[in-house]
Design a protein around this ligand. Structure first.
Ligand code: IMP
Ligand code: MG
Length: 179
């Protein structure tokens, strides 16, 4: 799909991200201290770099699993309809679970995924989101841990895409259209 020309303005440097990820991992390690195993559930695809960096700083026995949830379309707005395209491989009943999301925007995706996972009766379920856009929220949900609160801008990089591009940027930038 063709897009209007745009540039990416740097918003959060790779260095700031790394420092924040380390701090989050320490808080998570403290919160789940004593667990026999923490099941870290990444939401594909946007969380893939965040989860890779985060788990390497978590000092606990960890299992990594993924869910792919999707709202329709490749637009800059997310739809309210959330579909599960790929579910977990393992059961989570009685387990400690950490859901890892890239961005909480309207909140519909996280709300749907958390409700679905809570129905499976984990012992404990918490959420770590790299970014939060609180001004965009449509359903009442908040991550236990948030990396950065950001204004209502469309961002890319560090795993996050615009129409499947720019996931490989090492920093987070905002999309600015030039026409
Ligand atoms: P929500 O269901 O509206 O909270 O949308 C969450 C999902 O929309 C995120 O996991 C992202 O995949 C996508 N999304 C929301 N904001 C942005 C953005 O600024 N850039 C890229 N993707 C975004
Ligand atoms: Mg996503």
């Amino acid at each position: 799909m063709p897009h209007r020309p745009y540039v990416i303005d740097r918003m959060i440097s790779a260095k700031r991200i790394a420092a924040r990820v380390e701090a989050l991992a320490h808080e998570i390690t403290d919160a789940f201290k004593g667990t026999d195993k923490l099941v870290v559930v990444g939401l594909l695809r946007g969380s893939f770099i965040f989860i890779a960096d985060l788990v390497r700083e978590i000092d606990l026995p960890v299992e990594v699993d993924f869910i792919e949830a999707s709202s329709y379309g490749a637009e800059m707005t997310s739809s309210r309809e959330v579909r599960i395209l790929k579910d977990l491989r393992s059961g989570i009943e009685g387990r400690d679970v950490l859901v890892v999301e890239d961005i909480v925007d309207t909140g519909h995706t996280l709300f749907h995924v958390v409700n679905m996972l809570m129905a499976r009766k984990p012992k404990r379920l918490e959420v770590c989101a790299l970014l939060d856009k609180p001004s965009r929220r449509e359903v009442p949900i908040k991550a236990t841990w948030t990396g950065f609160e950001i204004p209502d801008e469309f961002v890319v990089g560090y795993g996050i895409d615009f129409a499947q591009r720019n996931r490989n940027l090492p920093h987070i930038g905002k999309v600015r259209f030039t026409t």
